[in-house]
Ligand binder design. Structure first.
Ligand SMILES: Nc1ncnc2c1ncn2[C@@H]1O[C@H](COP(=O)(O)OP(=O)(O)O)[C@@H](O)[C@H]1O
Ligand SMILES: [Mg+2]
Length: 270
């Protein structure tokens, strides 16, 4: 039976908001549930690549940008572990903007990644695209290529204000590039340990965004910090890994539940 992957992008408009970490955590957990999963790292900062395959030498192996220019993402596809693959990125992806100048028009520039991901859909259940935290060619390409968008919201006062300003703009951008892109929901990510202001902001966010907020939240975990050094290890029996990853598992289950609901509603209405 041929598969049709669901393509998901976790977006935000502010660096350091846990986007790459969440993408990798969720991808890892869905792959453990038995879903065939691919992470496409489309950020020149290459954090998702560092979290998943810190040992990969991209001076000797092909990068996502080289594969993108050659028209076949499989050239930069690496197996991480069972059910989990990675299209790896490196700093050379900063060349994307210049490279895309050969395409005429915003929509043509933004549609290249989509065309390269389509042939991979048959081979996966889930494809996650990680992008830099700015509205850019990288983000626009991810919007066109994706079926679902998750917005990660860091819960402190300034980011809630930023979100209120940014969301209408984001909605306009994604409607322009991809009318079929669904916002699966807003995920709150809390980094500060025990800050009471977070609870207050979470409450405000819940009032403001209502059902769009996921019930799961991602909390600060010391263990997650080490993914930047050694990669995501998930040692059997290590309770700190288990504790850190459990929250991505909870979120993954909620996300899959929502996607199933969107799909069944579509079937009913169409
Ligand atoms: N739940 C978490 N607990 C602790 N540290 C985290 C958590 N999520 C992310 N981080 C750390 O925060 C920093 C920024 O996260 P990252 O995922 O790279 O953000 P972004 O992709 O939005 O720029 C990284 O150093 C990462 O290790
Ligand atoms: Mg990132």
């Amino acid at each position: 039976m041929s598969k049709q992957a669901i393509v998901i992008n976790i977006s935000n408009f502010k660096g350091g908001s846990g986007k790459s970490t969440t993408t990798v955590g969720v991808a890892h957990e869905v792959s453990k549930m038995g879903y065939k999963t691919l992470v496409v790292d489309f950020d020149p900062q290459a954090d998702a690549t560092a979290f998943l395959m810190p040992e990969l030498n991209l001076d000797e192996n092909m990068t996502v940008f080289e594969a993108f220019q050659a028209g076949d993402l499989k050239l930069a596809l690496y197996n991480v572990r069972e059910n989990l693959d990675l299209v790896a990125s490196d700093f050379d992806l900063v060349g994307l903007q210049l490279y895309l100048n050969k395409f005429r028009g915003l929509k043509a520039r933004a549609s290249v990644l989509h065309a390269l991901i389509e042939p991979l859909r048959d081979e996966y259940d889930f494809i996650f695209i990680d992008i830099p935290p700015t509205l850019s060619d990288n983000a626009n390409n991810a919007f066109v290529a994706s079926d679902y968008l998750v917005i990660s919201l860091q819960t402190h006062g300034t980011s809630l204000r930023a979100a209120q300003k940014f969301l209408p703009y984001l909605a306009e951008t994604i409607t322009y590039f991809n009318e079929d892109l669904q916002i699966a929901g807003i995920l709150s990510v809390i980094f500060t340990k025990g800050a009471s202001s977070d609870a207050r902001v979470m409450k405000q966010a819940a009032q403001q965004f209502g059902d769009a907020m996921f019930e799961s939240t991602i909390l600060y975990r010391e263990r997650i910090k080490s993914w930047g050094e050694h990669g995501l290890l998930d040692e059997e029996g290590d309770r700190w890994d288990k504790d850190a990853l459990n929250q991505y598992r909870e979120f993954a289950l909620e996300l899959i539940g929502r996607i199933n609901q969107f799909n069944s509603e579509e079937e009913v209405t169409s």
